[in-house]
Design a protein around this ligand. Sequence first.
Ligand code: ZN
Length: 171
Amino acid sequence: TQQREIIRGGFDHVEQQTCVRFKELGMNEISYGEDHLLITRESTGCHSFVGHVGLQAQQLNLQDYCILTFGTIVHEIIHALGLWHEQQRADRDQHIRVRNGNLRNSGQFVKEKTVSLGVPYDVGSVMHYNSYAFTRNFKITMETLDPLEQNSLGQRTGMSFLDAKIINLAY
Ligand SMILES: [Zn+2]
């Protein structure tokens, strides 16, 4: 019950800043077969599909530790709304340099064919990884071209203004 309350807080946060509205389904409604998010707590970490993938029950997994960080819940919800990681934006090379030599896994750093809707790249996005994400040697894996932006990477407090803006434009 406590965990459900915390997760609801993440959905409330997205609703408060965007035009998106969520509805919690009861067991009866699920059986009608409409596509929906299914929030699970499997021991596979914190992950979500990006956007509507057309599974009847689209998994959004929050292992117990995931809900200890409010911004992580919000991050996974925003994946489900269709946003990739900020560092996967098509225009990221104009803002950050990925240090491939320091990466142990580059999967989350692959550029995607993202649509920005005119919203600028945001080092303060809740969808941006931190400077040391997936490091294999304790050295930074992403360097901001503007050194003053380096410490902004990876915040997990909640949505940034631009996170909300792109969702509002999209929806
Ligand atoms: Zn993510």
